[in-house]
Ligand binder design. Structure first.
Ligand code: APR
Length: 254
């Protein structure tokens, strides 16, 4: 069990730094959705999918070998995500962004929970499980009926549709990469939430922000490679600490 953070747990010096800063860059990872019950790739799968390794299914090679298997696995993940709800951390981030309109939010999650909690202009590093595109011609495909009976054909070229997510071995969408690193280069606060901070290029955002003089803050129940160099480590969950940060900001303006 991690302790539940209250308003008073945000260290005073950090609270002052957070209140004074306008340009925030927040990077979230799988841990931000953990309290919503979304299973991560590193967790054991359940039920029908228990014998498959997600890190082997989420690759272009797996899709070429067995498109139906990969598609059906994503249908299962989509159903899980559709029944999940944003947690207190997602809602707090949307609230923080109202108080700090220059905040940029980058997520490695494909579940759309930040958007459902009210965050706008989310920079999606790994795409979105809610969209599809063609594996061959890469055009987005909206409004195509999807079901768990293999990938439907692309309406444009007849190729196979795939989820619009970034698989292992694929590049981050260039626009997302550019927007995130531009925000890192002028960040006053860099907040890493629920990410192992080990997967590049996302992990490199902290280095760019630190070089720009940003205060580096981490929220995670366990240490990561970022912890040693962070200015503040808030040990615990996103659902506990983000509301505490939001309350600190609200109290400062009231
Ligand atoms: N609140 C905050 N952090 C949490 C919580 C929680 N409730 N629960 C777990 N964590 C932390 C873990 O301690 C871990 O450091 O979240 C982190 C999740 O790490 P990863 O599973 O490595 O997720 P992420 O950093 O998003 O991975 C990056 O790698 O698996 C691929 O493409 C996938 O987007 C993913 C990328």
């Amino acid at each position: 069990m991690t302790p539940t953070a209250s308003l008073h747990d945000v260290p005073e010096r950090l609270a002052a730094e957070l209140c004074a800063a306008d340009r925030w860059l927040v990077l979230t990872g799988a841990g931000a959705s953990a309290d919503s019950g979304v299973p991560t790739f590193r967790e054991a799968q359940t039920g029908l999918w228990a014998r498959y390794d997600p890190q082997q299914l989420a690759t272009p090679g797996a899709f070429v070998d067995d498109p139906r298997l990969v598609w059906d696995w994503y249908c299962w993940r989509r159903e899980l995500i559709a029944t999940a709800q944003p947690n207190a951390g997602h809602f707090a981030l949307a609230e923080i962004a109202k108080l700090k309109p220059e905040l940029r939010l980058v997520t490695q999650n494909v579940d759309g929970l930040h958007q459902r909690a009210g965050s706008a202009d989310v920079i999606e590093f790994h795409g979105s499980i809610e969209r599809n595109r063609c594996f061959d011609c890469e055009r987005p495909a909206a409004g195509v009926p999807v079901s768990s009976s293999g990938p439907p054909p692309c309406p444009e070229c007849g190729g196979l549709l795939r989820p619009d997510v970034v698989w292992f071995g694929e590049a981050i969408p260039p626009a997302a990469l550019e927007a995130a690193f531009a925000a890192a280069a002028k960040a006053e606060v860099y907040l890493s939430v629920g990410t192992s901070a080990a997967v590049y290029p996302a992990a490199g955002l902290a280095e760019v922000a630190a070089a720009a003089g940003a205060t580096i803050v981490e929220i995670n129940p366990t240490p990561t490679p970022l912890s040693a160099s962070a200015d503040h480590v808030l040990e615990g969950t996103a659902a506990a600490w983000l509301p505490a940060i939001a309350s600190t900001l609200v109290e400062a303006v009231s």
